[in-house]
Design a protein around this ligand. Structure first.
Ligand SMILES: NC(=O)C1=CN([C@@H]2O[C@H](COP(=O)(O)OP(=O)(O)OC[C@H]3O[C@@H](n4cnc5c(N)ncnc54)[C@H](O)[C@@H]3O)[C@@H](O)[C@H]2O)C=CC1
Ligand SMILES: O=C(O)[C@H]1O[C@H](OP(=O)(O)OP(=O)(O)OC[C@H]2O[C@@H](n3ccc(=O)[nH]c3=O)[C@H](O)[C@@H]2O)[C@H](O)[C@@H](O)[C@@H]1O
Length: 464
């Protein structure tokens, strides 16, 4: 079995950074170099003050502080790191295609292909290539084709090792994962490569939690895991609408059904809609693959998870308009939260963006507060949608560093992210500074409705 002493990871994003930081922490005998083309991102990973690293995750800056400079390195020297490594993780972005065939559905694999060509060009000795990015099933075949046909005659083994961490709990998830999944070829060389990767994770993860499969099952399992998780949320969100018509309460329903050990309590929280860079992208990818194999029923089944999620975001915005007497033109609405979930600064596909966009169509003024999201990100997210001229977004959306300032003089507050600190605000003070009747739309079922009603708020929470 190949003894791995040097690892390279291409892509220093939300997955590459934390994943490699934890491998370096747990394996001081392995040198881990994370490379990226984005110079600013690498500079931020190398910032002297580890509080300034580009990914906010509880516990991450401490892990980086421990390992960086010892056996963890961040660099833009891609070729050098590829050349020196025994094992190369590919952890680049695989967004939904925005052009050509499969536009809006399939995964854009151009970054993956570029990595493969780069590795093939540079590698002078045998290497194990690890798919860490989430990829359509059978991508390993493409990688193999490129590597073996454009390379220098060296041998490559390709493994699939999808990442299951969730943002906000990445360090916990990486240190104590439910499982690690490794797929590889079923021949002897494939099994040896699998064993090499197993032996790295076995430094801190019990062997029985390291699952090995063939490469296609591993690739597909990642898409299915995300689809199943998102499906649970869409299922509960569909029920939340029914609850609102029937006086049932979606939290009570979730508790009642989640107590059945066959269903389980996790991922049953109704919300303003799931966000994040992966659920939507990976389900669209699953739908696209199914359609490309002519499996219409399979494709339609999974597509419904996305349709329901879009409906939930739209429904939340439309309800705000309805409850504000069918017009929000010129009215001020505070957004508490912009990130797609708590404990992250990531806003990709956040429900807040789409709710804001719909309210801006109705000419609302939006005042945003998020503990970790910067003003320029909020504007960039809305500008990216290109729904209206950039100046209009900038005139109507203002970002505040203080939640009390964001809520002052507003007609309504919408809770878009479940940040814990929102629960502990001085809600009497917020109420006193708002226009009346003061309304709250809790898209996360986060706040104490009874207490808020006693203060005088009119409260509408999802699913009750
Ligand atoms: N964000 C998450 O929580 C999770 C993401 N994933 C998957 O992991 C993959 C990466 O996701 P993120 O880390 O969130 O993306 P990201 O966008 O944060 O990071 C990707 C990085 O790759 C770099 N890159 C792209 N092409 C490159 C090249 N040819 N050479 C060097 N660097 C290059 C980009 O500059 C960027 O910094 C995706 O496939 C995603 O689906 C999987 C599990 C969790
Ligand atoms: O492939 C990925 O990128 C990752 O996608 C998700 O992780 P992540 O998107 O970071 O965060 P989640 O905790 O799954 O939350 C996703 C969205 O669903 C929402 N959500 C989550 C749970 C719930 O019960 N209800 C609900 O609305 C969250 O607020 C958030 O907007 C998966 O949980 C990870 O296992 C996976 O690795």
């Amino acid at each position: 079995m190949k003894n791995i002493t040097k690892i390279c990871c291409i892509g220093a994003g939300y997955v590459g950074g934390p994943t490699m930081a934890v491998i370096a922490k747990q394996c001081p005998h392995i040198t881990v170099t994370v490379v990226d083309l984005n110079e600013a991102r690498i500079a931020a990973w190398n910032d002297e003050n580890t509080e300034n690293i580009p990914v906010y995750e509880p516990g991450l800056s401490e892990v980086v502080a421990e390992a960086r400079g010892r056996n963890l390195f961040f660099s833009t020297e891609v070729d050098k790191a590829i050349d020196e490594a025994d094992m190369i993780f590919i952890s680049v972005n695989t967004p939904t295609k925005t052009y050509g065939a499969g536009k809006g559905m399939g995964a854009d694999l151009k970054y993956i292909e570029l990595c493969a060509r780069q590795i093939a060009k540079v590698a002078k000795d045998d290497k194990i290539i690890v798919e860490k990015s989430t990829l359509p099933v059978r991508t390993a075949e493409t990688l193999r084709d490129i590597l073996h046909n454009t390379g220098n005659g060296v041998k490559f083994q390709i493994l699939s090792n999808p990442e299951f961490l969730a943002e906000g709990t990445a360090i916990e998830d990486l240190l104590m994962p439910d499982r690690v999944l490794i797929g590889g070829d079923t021949n002897e060389e494939g099994q040896e490569a699998i064993e090499a990767l197993v032996s790295i994770y076995a430094n801190w993860i019990p062997r029985e939690r390291i699952l090995t499969t063939n490469v296609w099952s591993s690739e597909l399992s990642k898409l299915v895991a995300n689809a199943m998780l998102a499906q649970r949320i869409s299922s509960m969100n569909s029920i939340s609408e029914l609850c609102e018509k029937t006086e049932a309460n979606v939290n009570e329903v979730a508790r009642a059904i989640g107590s059945d050990s066959r269903i389980g309590p996790k991922f049953l929280k109704a919300s303003v809609g799931f966000g994040g860079s992966c659920f939507q992208k990976d389900i669209l990818n699953l739908v696209y693959i199914s359609r490309s194999f002519g499996l219409q029923e399979v494709a339609d089944y999974w597509e419904q998870v996305i349709i329901m999620n879009d409906h939930q975001k739209r429904r939340f915005a439309e309800n705000i308009v309805k409850k504000l007497y069918n017009t929000v033109a010129g009215k001020k609405i505070a957004f508490l939260g912009w990130a797609f979930k708590k404990d992250t600064n990531d806003t990709r596909e956040s429900a807040a963006i789409y709710v804001a966009d719909l309210l801006l169509n109705e000419q609302a003024d939006i005042k945003v507060f998020d503990p970790k999201v910067e003003e320029k990100q909020v504007h960039a997210d809305l500008d990216y949608l290109a729904t209206r001229p950039v100046e209009e977004n900038h005139n109507a959306v203002h970002v505040f560093a203080d939640p009390y300032e964001a809520c002052k003089d507003t007609h309504a507050i919408a809770v878009l992210t479940e940040w814990d600190e929102f629960k502990d605000y001085d809600w009497q003070r917020i109420y006193d500074n708002m226009l009346k009747p003061a309304k709250i739309f809790d898209g996360r079922n986060l706040l104490d409705v009874k207490k808020l009603r006693e203060i005088g708020f009119s409260v509408q929470a999802i699913g009750s």
